[in-house]
Design a protein around this ligand. Structure first.
Ligand code: E4P
Length: 255
């Protein structure tokens, strides 16, 4: 089970990478637009190469930007050539339900050895078909499913069972996270990966009561340091503070 970052923001990726928390990055055209990626394909290439380097050896998903299947195939091959850890994102079908994308997905995985993340899926049945076509990753949009009035956990659990029973190797990515609690509930339901926007990851980390507790520790540590200054050095034996405390010589370790 792991967490990916759903962003095109390099500073945020670097920050969470330094923490050792994230194991990959997902992007889409909407995210790149929001992050101010300009300059057409050249701009996309620059940003994607930069992120691929920062997140390597973990995967970076880059989405094709065309509805035309032949151009999608060419783009996918080009994206994959930018860096070894690039995974190409292809939507499950075209904007009007055109079916050719599945052929592109199958061809990329089987004939070109390009890893594909099939995206924009709202049901276990769509993901199952993408997995049969050979997708390395199947992305189901948990938040959007919940917004339609269904429970994403149910779809994720069904999908995981079917993939495990059939021995299909696709990994389930659940995206479209809306609430902090989504991350654990979707992993618990059977997701291999949940992809999260940086803000939600911060929300997972920071707890008001943890803050209050840390503040108490620091306040008391400041008081203790003042006490240390009153003769602390004189009472510490050569073996260090632990031994002094164990021996009951607590003069240097106020409570
Ligand atoms: C996943 O890979 C997608 O980039 C993303 O999670 C979509 O989420 P949205 O519903 O916020 O657009």
């Amino acid at each position: 089970m792991s967490i990916f970052l759903d962003t095109g923001n390099v500073a945020e990726i670097k920050r969470f990478r330094r923490m050792g928390i994230v194991r990959g990055v997902t992007t889409n055209p909407t995210i790149l637009l929001k992050e101010g990626v300009t300059g057409g394909m050249h701009g996309i290439e620059q940003r994607m190469r930069e992120i691929a380097e920062v997140i390597a050896p973990f995967p970076l998903s880059v989405e094709v930007t065309t509805r035309d299947p032949e151009r999608a195939l060419c783009q996918a091959l080009m994206f994959a050539s930018w860096a070894e850890n690039i995974v190409v994102k292809v939507t499950i079908h075209g904007p009007d339900g055109e079916l050719e994308n599945i052929e592109v997905i199958h061809e990329l995985e089987t004939a070109h050895n390009v890893r594909v993340n099939v995206t924009a899926m709202m049901s276990a049945q769509q993901c199952f078909l993408a997995a049969l076509a050979g997708a390395s990753y199947v992305s189901i949009f948990g938040g959007r499913i919940n917004n339609m009035g269904y429970n994403a956990c149910g779809e994720i659990a069904k999908l995981r069972q079917v993939l495990d029973r059939t021995g299909l190797r696709s990994e389930i990515i659940v995206g479209s996270t809306r609430e902090v609690l989504n991350v654990i509930e979707w992993l618990e339901a059977g997701a291999h990966i949940v992809t999260v926007v940086p803000e939600l990851l911060k929300g997972m980390l920071v707890h008001p009561y943890s803050k209050e507790t840390v503040q108490m520790f620091l306040k008391d540590a400041a008081k203790a340091e003042l006490l240390f200054e009153d003769g602390f050095e004189a009472t510490v034996p050569p073996h260090g503070l632990e031994l002094a405390v164990a021996a009951g010589n607590g003069a240097g370790a106020p409570r």
